[in-house]
Design a protein around this ligand. Sequence first.
Ligand code: PEP
Ligand code: MG
Length: 587
Amino acid sequence: MAENNRGRAPLPVGEHCCRGPGGAGSLAPREGDGTMRNITGKQAVYRGTGASGGKVCGTLRFFRRPAAGRGSAPARTVSPAVELSRLRQAMAAAREQIAALHRRALSDIGRQEAEIFEIHAMLLEDEDFGETVAGGIAAGKSAEDAIEAAVQVYTRMLRELDDPYLSARAADIRDIADRLLRILSGEAQEDDASESGSFILVAEDLSPSQTVLLDKSRILGFVTFGGSSNSHTSILARAMGIPALVGVGQVSGEADGQTALLDADAGVLTVCPGQDELEAFRREQARENDAARRLEQSRRALIGRPSVTAGGHRMLIYANIGEGAEVARALADGADGVGLLRSEFLYLSLSDYPGEEVLFDAYRQIVSGMQGKKVVIRTLDIGADKQIPYFDLPREENPALGFRAVRLCLAREPVFKTQLRAILRASAFGNAAVMIPMIVSADEVRRCRRLFDECKAELICQGVDFDARMEFGIMVETPAAAVMSDEISAEVDFFSVGTNDLAQYTLAADRQNPLLTDLCARNTEPVLRLIDQAARAIHGRGGWIGICGEMAADPRLTQRFADMGIDELSVSVPHLLAVREQVLRCR
Ligand code: PEP
Ligand code: MG
């Protein structure tokens, strides 16, 4: 699994009254029965930014980054015979774990995804790798150090071959080595499903690839040391409709497993609350839940009603989704369509490049599931905080300004064309549109269109169906795209504004940095002016414009968007009804 490509900056310090040694514990929740512990620990209060509102009470679980155990074992005298026997035992345990994962993937996901564990099983038995590790042990290394040394040699060798398939194998070798190191250190399996119960997840930070692998059904809320309300963890929390508090600074490791009150509306986490506090919190929570239920009921009456302002401007209310499982919820809450399918989430959940069939299958299900309503499929937005090991991207000083999204796709045409073909094929099953992220120039758009047209020509030759009138659009999420929108609008059918990135690049304010949340909130005007410029440009050519960044759900901005003539607002599913109501309130 990828480590976040951004450097490990010093943690921003949140306000809290108690600090301990801390450190994020384990990617998998630590052992526990999911029930709340007695309130005996030391009370601590942490303050941060509420990235997704709500109140929950539950047990805290710390998550660690996956590669714990990587690198040197604690210094100790090593005996080659003992180390060899530890290695053999670890290999036997790894064999069993991989076989179990293979069985689980076969029954839960599918044959193609399960194949990765067959490859892992084969690599584990690779004679050369085994001999290199054994050679290291014979030369006096511990089992851990010998594995790490062998893995370094093999991954470098594979990556130097400059072959995407073999580079992906390097990530697999790293994965196997991490498994062996975890076993040697006595840790639980990272995907240990033996625990039950729900919990509040505490993490230093969570990369998008880590979040897609979480068992989300058990998470009551998120707390992250760093992060900001525009980070992908926050976006995910809002999509799931669960409370999230970000930028709290380091939470003491002593809090792991303790009872806590998470009040994301007030931006406060209270660890080990007193009995009175706990009871008062529960009463308040019950009151709020009742009010929320009543509000939801009144809003549900709006489903099916066109969202038109008093002045007669119609705005479509679309959903932002990351996977097919969200389609049913989007429809249930009256989405007029899907304005942003974050297609990279599927890639993030796999350990190797998905083939055209896997992608086609996923897109077809979503497109046909939306029953004729529009589905805007954004092409791969990989890079920055969304790192995928098998893409083997170079390490960058400033990944948010780096080799990401369309830049990467244009440099790796086979990967890009595989996705474009799958999207085109899915378009035959409903109303799909394609959208390219991180555009800065009309020339980039023309290059994408050429590849898109090549894919169409190939499909025609093969007699494969697609929607020849499928819309082609771009995300306006760089100031360059907005400034050049006059020229760019000549190349596309629509714009969708990614305000999360547009604000980041316009204000020179890292969207992940909690210290800049206020600065971004106070300076929406430059972003709104760029959106207005883009709206005039695309409307001038007869195209349409939507907003799919988090600003689309901000009720303080709805009137302004209506005044600009914005045609569509695309928001996470839990916001659909509130945004529809807000549009109806507009002048
Ligand atoms: C955005 O940048 O506003 C956007 C919608 O894309 P993402 O948040 O996935 O970068
Ligand atoms: Mg973006």
